[in-house]
Design a protein around this ligand. Structure first.
Ligand code: COI
Length: 351
């Protein structure tokens, strides 16, 4: 049973663990957002509910439970040095969720509704936003098909909900492995949509990679098994000997918002040559002077070793490189309003 959240709803007495640092895990905070869609009324306005003990009741035949109509987003709020709370590129997440919805024949949520929802969740849980440089507040918007189906068909009812968690480092290791016979997405498949199923399909390669001592699998394309796509939950970049910043072209990979931020900062702020194109594993192993992966949760982490066909190849001298570090510093400073935001990416949330 869901209880509407009021400003009088008590804040949790739990110790958030501010001083221990945060991992990347779920915890029940004070409030989450929920909105329903029905064929008759479309998207309702949505509202906050108390999160403690909250759960959803679904029909056994809800589409999401057997045909997998589920899409999601990830975005972050931070606390600045001046104790303001700022959110990064929420409008872009809203737009990407609309694109994912279109791919799975789900009702696209208006951008303003998405932005209202994430702002409301941050505001209601503002005490959980970690202090300056102590971590981030990670938001997880989700949309699922709840209507009952038996044959393969889109649901006739949907839920959109948003919860948040104080979050620390996600992933962070620098060794990745190309596994034989493990692809993430196929041409013309759902690789570019942020669907739950894409991540379910990565669980086995990710588990194998971890058991072998790597932080994650690095996927190659499904057609040629030769061109780099991405990791299970992060996009891939390489810097080549001639200084070009290269990242795999869009198509069957996730159009990452951190990916786009990195390309924009590199091109417009640093004046680097940036290219989105097919990038073969052999080109990276023979010509990369730096490599790194990026994502909202992962932020930006250097790749120092790639295992390919059973051999560990160091990238350049096997040490993190200066240009990845420079990009990380710039992105961090822009997100925290410590460097000009020429693109209007950062929005303050008034509490
Ligand atoms: C994110 O980076 O926000 C994601 O949604 C990826 C997920 C694997 C944590």
């Amino acid at each position: 049973m869901l209880k509407p959240f009021t400003n009088q709803s008590p804040c949790l007495p739990q110790d958030p663990g501010w001083d221990d640092g945060f991992g990347f895990g779920y915890r029940e905070l004070d409030a989450f957002w929920l909105a329903r869609w029905t064929q008759e009324s479309g998207w309702e306005a949505g509202r906050l509910y108390e999160q403690q003990g909250a759960s959803l009741e679904l029909s056994l035949a809800a589409n999401v439970l057997h045909y997998g109509q589920a899409i999601f987003e990830g975005l972050k709020a931070h606390r600045t040095r001046e104790d303001k709370i700022v959110l990064f590129r929420a409008i872009d997440n809203a737009r990407r969720m609309r694109a994912s919805a279109a791919r799975l024949v789900m009702p696209p949520l208006p951008v303003d509704d998405f932005v209202t929802a994430v702002h409301s969740v941050v505001r209601a849980n503002h005490k959980w936003v970690p202090g300056y440089q102590k971590g981030s507040f990670y938001l997880r918007p989700v949309m699922i098909g709840t209507g009952q189906v038996l044959g393969v068909a889109p649901a006739q009812e949907y839920l959109f909900y948003v919860f948040g968690c104080p979050a620390g480092q996600y992933m962070g290791g620098s060794r990745v492995i190309v596994l034989s016979a493990a692809h993430r997405a196929a041409p013309y498949g759902t690789g570019a949509a942020k669907t739950a199923g894409n991540y379910a399909g990565c669980l086995r390669p990710q588990k194998i990679a971890k058991e072998m001592g790597y932080v994650d699998a690095l996927y190659l394309d499904a057609r040629d098994d030769f061109y780099i796509e991405e990791l299970s939950g992060a996009n891939f970049f390489a810097i080549l000997h001639d200084g070009t910043l290269v990242t795999p072209e869009l198509g069957s990979i996730l159009p990452g918002i951190t990916r786009d931020s990195v390309l924009t900062v590199a091109r417009e702020l640093f004046g680097w040559l940036t290219v989105e194109r097919r990038l073969s594993i052999e080109e990276v192993l023979s010509d990369a002077v730096e490599a790194f992966y990026v994502g909202t949760a992962a932020v930006l982490s250097p790749v120092t070793t790639i295992n390919y066909r059973g051999i560990d190849y160091p990238i350049a001298d096997g040490e993190p490189g200066p240009r990845a570090e420079r990009l990380l510093q710039a992105l961090t400073a822009i997100r925290l309003q410590e460097q000009p935001d020429h693109w209007d990416w950062v929005k303050e949330i008034t509490i």
